[in-house]
Design a protein around this ligand. Structure first.
Ligand code: XMP
Length: 210
């Protein structure tokens, strides 16, 4: 795994295993982590997590939202594949979050404190401050904040404590790499702009120089 400093998380929402492994091999050393989501896990099986782990840290974007017993069953499945972190919803409350934090694989927990889609403005995003408070008290490693809403992102960054902010919404959803960093984002989650790019590695390296 690379020691190179990068704050890019490549969100490889790819369902063809060979294409995913080839691209991960190409860019794995140039990013902080690779994030995978449900489409990939459903298409390739959970073992894809440990297969990709050869190339980078792996963040599983499971957006877990369930009662503690089910949360525990999910984590038992995931622990065997040794991901670096999982993404969970926070709105299910302290008991579900505590179960996640107690996982036996030392898997870091990143909580969704807001979302980058416009529909999130109705229920989720107005509650970002309480969600961040819960994430902080539980000892989460990070939170998710919108890389395409700089005002909300900078408000979140003021109350994040020691947690890292992971920002989706860059590129395809309108946010800008530098804009999100200047608004307090720590790690930039970038999907389609990387995996649909004809030269993904070049795109990543140029982005950091931008
Ligand atoms: P794109 O292609 O839009 O991919 O760059 C973004 C990736 O991140 C996920 N995503 C989010 N995850 N909160 C999250 O926890 C969000 O607000 C959010 N917006 C996008 C998306 O599912 C994809 O994997």
């Amino acid at each position: 795994m690379t020691d190179r400093t990068s704050n890019i998380v490549a969100s490889l929402d790819i369902v063809e295993e060979k294409r995913l492994l080839d691209l991960s091999q190409e860019i794995g050393d140039s990013v902080f982590a690779i994030k995978i989501n449900w489409p990939t896990i459903l298409a390739c099986g959970k073992q894809i997590i440990s297969k990709l782990g050869k190339y980078s840290r792996i963040i599983c974007d499971l957006k877990i939202a369930d009662v503690p017993n089910t949360v525990n069953l999910i984590m038992k499945q995931i622990e065997t594949e040794k991901p670096y972190a999982v993404i969970t919803h926070l709105f299910t409350g302290e008991d579900s979050l505590k179960t996640l934090m107690d996982n036996e694989g030392g898997i870091r927990v990143i909580g969704v404190a807001s979302m980058s889609n416009s529909g999130a403005k109705k229920y989720l995003n107005p509650n970002y401050a309480s969600l961040i408070k819960d994430a902080n008290s539980a000892g989460c490693y990070g939170i998710v904040g919108p890389g395409n809403d700089y005002k909300l992102l900078s408000e979140m960054s003021k109350i994040k404590g020691n947690m890292k902010i992971f920002c989706p919404g860059i590129g395809a959803q309108g946010g800008n790499y530098r804009g999100a960093m200047n608004s307090g984002g720590d790690y930039m989650i970038i999907g389609r702009s990387i995996y649909e790019n004809p030269s993904p590695l070049k795109y990543i390296l140029n982005l950091e120089k931008s």
